[in-house]
Design a protein around this ligand. Structure first.
Ligand SMILES: [Zn+2]
Length: 408
């Protein structure tokens, strides 16, 4: 063995007690009790060993720009205007430096896979892409990064955007995204994005149904087109805050449509909380769709970070454990099984959304792992467990010491 992690409590197998995990050539070779001592080993002392966290929806390119933007009223129109203005000044070097800083925070918080949404349009051109794309190779030692190309400022209403998307998708963009609510023809944008996906044979991840009025949902149309092109399992939609304002019968109908057509959901608790509920001066709505209830209806869901330190969300430490804890608080998650699902929505369920092969803590899986200062998944979420070590393909990527009291 290249490395043996001893006395690990494995996420999902907590009831099996402490086990040893042997790693060879970047993969988990063997899991068992009291494996023979050979090669280098670390004693985890009963701490939780989980597969590395999976961020399915973040914006590296526009993270960390609070130094050049106002977030005074804090509403969506200010955020769009401020970021559109700031984007004019983005250079590839600037995007690269900010993206790297955000990526490093993610790695230090135990994330080993990430899909970053990246915008192209005639204003920014390909400068954002040129800043972020090199990070894929530069940080491959710690994280698998894939780029989803999307038109934040509209597609059909914004001439030149289509060509830039096609160019970025032909130059390393691995997924195509959308933001139909900023388009003059939302369904037209959805159609064109499906066309691009089929042209390149790539997956789709759309910003969708962002708002508080549940009377009309674009997700119905996305499910219809997904079925038409047999794209089930390859389509994700993010936000869908409108479902948080829908009555239970409408939610059940939407859940059945999504489950039947194979459309997954990503909930972005921090941004949704920050931007929703702005139209009232008291009892503001939360605007966070209850993903754990959709899971019960057979929809795959993930929880993710979205924006970091910009006018859309002027907060963020790029910690998925914190995001899952935030979600559990605001979505009234209490049942232990649902708290465990909050853990799965930043790990195995996110991995399924990204269609990752070889993911998990089992023999044959890639040794992409995080060690948490917790003994089980539910307490990791409840107590915001600290990530103590991370591994990418068996090589350790970070280390953090647990805090110690200095008694008199
Ligand atoms: Zn987003």
């Amino acid at each position: 063995m290249d490395l043996t992690l001893r006395n690990a409590r494995i996420a999902g197998r907590e009831q099996d007690g402490n086990l040893d995990v042997g790693i060879e050539n970047g993969r988990i070779a063997v899991i068992g009790a009291d494996l023979p001592v050979e090669g280098f080993s670390r004693d985890l002392q009963g701490r939780l060993l989980a597969p590395g966290f999976v961020e399915t929806h973040i914006h590296l390119d526009k993270s960390r720009i609070l130094d050049r933007c106002r977030a005074d009223s804090g509403d969506l129109s200010e955020a769009i205007a401020e970021v559109a203005r700031a984007k004019q000044g983005f250079s590839p070097e600037d995007v690269h430096a900010r993206g790297a800083a955000t990526l490093e925070r993610a790695i230090l918080n135990g994330t080993t896979h990430m899909r970053t949404h990246l915008e192209v349009d005639p204003g920014i051109g390909l400068r954002g892409f040129e800043g972020i794309f090199p990070l894929v190779r530069e940080y491959a030692w710690a994280i698998d990064l894939e780029i989803c190309i999307f038109p934040q400022e509209g597609l059909l209403n914004n001439p030149g955007t289509d060509e830039l998307m096609m160019q970025a998708l032909g130059s390393g963009g691995r997924v195509v995204g959308a933001a139909p609510y900023t388009d003059s023809d939302p369904h037209g944008q959805i159609d064109r994005v499906f066309e691009m996906a089929r042209h390149f044979d790539i997956d789709i991840d759309m910003h969708l149904d962002f708002g508080a009025d549940a009377s009309a949902l674009d997700l119905d149309y996305v499910c219809e087109v997904t079925e038409k092109f047999r794209y089930g399992g390859r389509v994700a939609i993010g936000h869908v805050t409108k479902l948080s304002a829908a009555d239970p019968a409408r939610v059940a109908l939407a859940a059945k449509r999504m489950a039947d057509s194979g459309v997954a959901l990503t909930v972005l608790p921090s941004t949704d909380l920050y931007l929703m509920g702005r139209g009232t001066d008291h009892s503001a709505m939360r605007g966070v769709t209850q993903a754990h209830k959709l899971l019960h209806a057979g929809v795959n869901c993930s929880l993710s970070t979205n924006n970091v330190l910009n006018p859309f969300t002027p907060f963020g430490d790029v910690s998925l454990i914190r995001m899952a804890n935030l979600y559990a608080n605001i979505a009234h998650v209490g049942a232990r099984a649902d708290v465990c699902e909050c853990f799965e929505m930043i790990s195995s369920r996110s991995a399924r959304l990204l269609r990752l092969a070889d993911y998990g803590v089992h023999e044959g899986a890639a040794a992409d792992l995080v060690v948490l200062d917790a003994s089980d998944r539910a307490s990791a979420i409840a107590e915001l467990a600290i990530p103590l070590m991370g591994f990418k393909r068996g090589r350790q990527t970070f280390e953090r010491q647990p805090p110690t009291l200095l008694r008199p």
